[in-house]
Design a protein around this ligand. Structure first.
Ligand code: BG6
Length: 510
């Protein structure tokens, strides 16, 4: 893999959870993989006051907890931590950026990073529009000597509805050009999400079937068993539709639904996913209740442990009507997918943590054989994003013995079978890509807006029509049963994935 040019990574929001839990551990793992530039430092920026040493201590703790660091590996963390620096400024205050500029100039000279800076926005979203303006006010958006480059990484959520996303794009694009901007959707950084493209475009066997002639319907599930944990305040303002559907689930849909790109460069791929978003059938207000089911988890006992309901979680308003579950049916109005329903669902406090795509192929036109099991008489291709990453094909086989009875069997591949293969985390992959200037796995501004355009009628219907129900579901179950009503194809139901890719069903190991 390509080694990046010398550079400085500036993280705004450096005292927060993301920096401690994801970003610095990912940087450490990149270092262990020898994928960091020769000259590289991180400058953490935030309001809280920390000395360099205190910041380093906290980051070392995060590395121990969340990276691949191994005690006694002979690589003392203190050495690595010497490349981490900290600056306390009032991030919302433009004048304070003079101190940032001064510090960056010093570090740049000291570490010979040639004026190459990445600015990573890991702050509360309210600051995403302000930081770029302050950077530009101090000419930090462009290298004045014209030798180096400047890039901006923006964390999700990118806006909270269509208008705010357009507004945010405008503000940022006033100061940085599109090719300097990297909008994060960490699902795109997952190895197995990228494998969707490889499965589709490197196997002659799937692509001819990948369309409305052979595909009956497509399911995308991203379930989590955790609740909102300590993010109640953020989540209550967001909900599952904004938090997971607008970004992660639609990005996966984009890769499943896109046409083969002309080449594998960033713009060709992103042009194709954009076309998918632009072809999403927009729901009319009266179509929302029948096609989108929302739910909220209630208190329950899961494997003997009492868990609180959503409204009892810290930071959540007692009477909150924020959804923690969304299931929906929609169509992509284009030649490839016309008439093929897409079913997607996501939720907190579901039975298990799983993300997967299931392609349900059409049944044979005529049933010659009787079935031994109760399974569906169609082939399924399961692309497992996490956990037990892999691929599974379900096919009908003859049950040995007299007569012609068939049952579904599995052909499966698990990434864990690949020995000595290192699976980088999404943040490792994405940070490295930005360092080398590859934006393929980042969301482009037009695609983010197109995704919001699809979400907007749902948000609007929920806001305006208070009669649209918010169904309750006990924590630890697969969400409101009403989600079953979305599926009106005969003999069709949701797959209930288990921890292990090869199993499914309501009562498997979770
Ligand atoms: C984040 C959401 O973007 O993705 C979280 O804000 C969610 O609510 C998380 O838990 C899930 O990511 P992953 O990689 O654990 O599936």
């Amino acid at each position: 893999m390509q080694k990046p040019e010398n550079q400085i990574l500036v993280i705004f929001g450096a005292s927060g959870d993301l920096t401690w839990r994801k970003l610095i551990p990912a940087i450490y793992d990149l270092k262990e993989q020898k994928l960091l530039p020769d000259n590289f430092v991180v400058l953490g920026v935030s309001r809280s006051s920390f000395s360099d040493d205190k910041f380093r201590e906290k980051m070392i703790d995060g590395i121990k907890k969340f990276s691949n660091y191994k005690e006694n590996s002979g690589n003392p963390l203190e050495e690595f931590a010497k490349k981490l620096f900290y600056l306390s400024i009032e991030t919302a205050n433009t004048e304070d950026y003079a101190a940032l500029k001064k510090k960056l100039t010093e570090l740049d000279l000291q570490f010979k990073t040639n004026g190459n800076f990445i600015f990573y926005l890991a702050t509360p979203p309210g600051l995403y529009g302000k930081v770029p303006v302050s950077l530009a006010a101090h000419k930090l958006n462009l290298d004045e000597s014209n030798n180096g480059w400047r890039k901006l990484i923006v964390e999700k959520p990118f806006g909270y509805d269509l208008n705010s996303a357009i507004e945010l794009n405008k503000k940022i694009l006033n100061e940085f050009s599109e090719n300097q901007i990297y909008r994060i959707d960490h699902y795109l950084g997952k190895e197995t999400v990228q494998n969707v493209l490889v499965t589709r475009f490197s196997n002659g066997v799937f692509e001819p079937l990948w369309n409305r002639n052979y595909v009956d319907h497509i399911e995308v599930t991203s379930s989590e068993n955790i609740g909102v944990e300590n993010r109640g305040g953020y989540y209550d303002e967001s909900g599952a539709l904004r938090d997971m559907v607008q970004n992660h689930l639609l990005q996966i849909t984009g890769l499943i639904g896109m046409e083969p790109p002309a080449s594998f460069d960033s713009n060709s791929i992103r042009n194709e996913t954009l076309k998918v978003f632009q072809s999403l059938h927009l729901l009319k207000p009266e179509e929302v209740p029948k096609n989108v089911i929302r739910g909220q988890y209630g208190a329950s006992t899961i494997r003997g442990e009492q868990v609180p309901g959503y409204r009892e979680e810290k930071g959540v308003a007692p009477g909150s009507r924020t959804e923690t579950y969304v299931a929906m049916k929609f169509y992509i109005d284009n030649w490839r997918w016309g008439g093929v329903p897409f079913y997607i669902r996501t939720g907190k406090r579901l039975p298990t943590k799983v993300t997967e795509v299931v392609i349900h192929f059409k049944q044979t036109p005529h049933h010659l054989f009787s079935r031994k099991d109760s399974g569906e008489a169609c082939n399924q291709l399961v692309i497992r994003i996490q956990p037990d990453e892999g691929i599974l094909m379900r096919i009908g086989m003859k049950v040995p013995g007299s007569g012609f009875n068939i049952q579904n069997v599995n052909m499966d591949f698990h990434y864990s079978e690949l020995q000595n293969t290192y699976l980088p985390t999404a943040y490792e992959r994405l940070l490295h890509d930005c360092m080398i200037g590859d934006s393929t796995l980042y969301a482009r501004g037009d695609a983010v807006e197109a995704a919001w355009k699809f979400i907007q009628p749902i948000q609007k219907a929920w806001e305006e029509n208070k009669d649209i129900p918010l169904f309750g579901y006990p924590a630890g179950t697969w969400g409101p049963e009403n989600a079953d009503d979305l599926i009106d194809e005969p003999n069709t139901k949701w797959r209930y994935p288990c921890k292990n890719l090869a199993n499914d069903g309501l009562y498997c190991e979770l």
